[in-house]
Design a protein around this ligand. Structure first.
Ligand code: PMP
Length: 403
């Protein structure tokens, strides 16, 4: 074995979980992605999807993808910068810019790359990037590719952010980068205070709206709109892989920034543009979100119903206030055990364990779609209650301390 292979062979987490029959990843779905999916010929209720509005099977979205393949083929065979820009990409960018009330937008190959490509190219060696400790991995990796100094502040803790900001030189660029809705905890960023601090200390704000688009704000247009702060957020980054039912991502901002990024963002310039079917389906979904507001209403109806039921049953759901509802188990092994038990009972949820979150914060990420029914939610919650009885987790305080 080479030195590298010897080192890799020491990686045991997946092996141990497999040996115990608890390995919960890469489950193969053999059907379309909706509130029910088929896995190994078994029908399970899907509560692990990011398709918040349930648009991946919308007839208009599918039709748009098919027509794009017929017109443009299956791929663009180049980057946006060179031969890979279609009129369809530009149309999508124009509609995104209008939707987010920004001058312009730029489409990247994924949401991950949108963060990499935006964050890495804006600030320089003597500048600072301030990130929430629970920001998404793509934000963290974006900061690693920049040459700026990176400072973390405590999750949604504005005192911690101010403490960091107040120490920085006046003339340095200070990028404050946050998730709009945090991807695992499901809480919403304290944007009004961030705007206040950015003004006080000369900061620039980037909000990653991956989980907010189609969920909060006017016609689902995200966190800035939710707080009426469209003019105060400098860059809105997002993805097509969640509410927009496709693959790809974007940044929306002022003309000067977008023009600069077109010529400096390496993740954009040196990576192929999204295929026609992806661009067309994202565009169709963007239009449907604006035309069918009842979808967002239904998503919130499901979200409020779920949060109410889980609270009534005394589950530990932290600061849940969005369609991402964390159900805290606070133990890695038990999190896997509950995931497996729920799966056997026909419920798909995503386990989130350390190092993705601290080990005393491991959780089941229960995510809602507009297309779920209350009946499906009831079934899932019943199974959670059953799993809690058998495995024992997140008990109400009194139950834990009882003899
Ligand atoms: N930002 C956040 C907050 C995310 O949760 C994700 C994906 N989970 C991304 C960015 C990356 O998006 P994509 O899947 O389109 O690469």
């Amino acid at each position: 074995m080479s030195i590298l292979q010897q080192r890799l062979a020491k990686y045991t987490v997946a092996k141990e979980a497999r040996a115990q029959g608890l390995y919960p990843y890469f489950r193969e779905i053999g059907s379309n992605q909706d509130t029910e999916v088929i896995i190994n010929d078994k029908r399970v209720l899907m509560f692990g999807s990011n398709s918040y509005l349930g648009l991946t099977n919308h007839p208009k979205v599918k039709e748009a993808a098919k027509q794009a393949v017929d017109k443009y083929g299956t791929g663009c065979a180049g980057s946006r910068f060179l031969n890979g820009t279609l009129d369809l990409h530009v149309q999508l960018e124009n509609e995104l810019a209008a939707y987010f009330k920004k001058d312009a937008a730029l489409v990247f190959s994924t949401g991950f790359q949108s963060n990499l490509g935006t964050i890495s190219c804006l600030s320089g060696r003597n500048d600072y990037i301030l990130i929430d400790e629970y920001d998404h991995a793509s934000i963290i990796d974006g900061t690693r590719l920049s040459f700026s100094k990176v400072l973390k502040f405590k999750h949604n803790d504005m005192e911690s952010l101010e403490k960091q900001l107040s120490r920085l030189p006046d003339d340095a660029v200070k990028l404050i980068v946050v998730d709009g809705i945090f991807s695992m905890e499901g809480d919403i960023v304290k944007l009004p205070k961030i705007v206040e601090l950015a003004k006080k200390y000369g900061g620039t704000i980037i909000v990653d709206d991956a989980h907010s688009v189609g969920v909060i704000g006017h016609q689902g247009s995200g966190t800035a709109s939710h707080f009426g702060l469209e003019n105060e957020v400098d860059y809105i980054v997002g993805t097509f892989s969640k509410s927009l039912a496709s693959l790809g991502g974007f940044v929306a901002a002022d003309h000067t920034s977008i023009e600069y990024m077109k010529h400096h963002s390496r993740a954009l310039m040196f990576s192929a543009s999204i295929p026609p079917a992806s661009a067309a389906s994202a565009l169709a979904a963007l239009r449907i979100i604006q035309e069918e507001p009842e979808r967002i209403e239904k998503l919130w109806n499901n979200t409020n119903y779920t949060i109410k039921c889980l609270k009534e049953n005394e589950f530990d759901i932290g600061h849940a206030e969005s369609p991402i509802v964390p159900i805290y188990v606070r133990d890695n092994t038990k999190t896997f055990q509950v995931t497996q038990m729920l799966f056997n009972e026909g419920i798909f949820v995503n386990p989130v364990i350390s190092p993705a979150v601290p080990s005393d914060a491991s959780l089941l990420r229960f995510s809602l779609m507009a297309t779920h029914s209350h009946e499906q939610i009831d079934i899932a919650i019943d199974k959670f209650i059953k799993a809690r009885k058998l495995i024992g987790f997140g008990e109400p305080e009194e139950a834990v301390s009882a003899p």
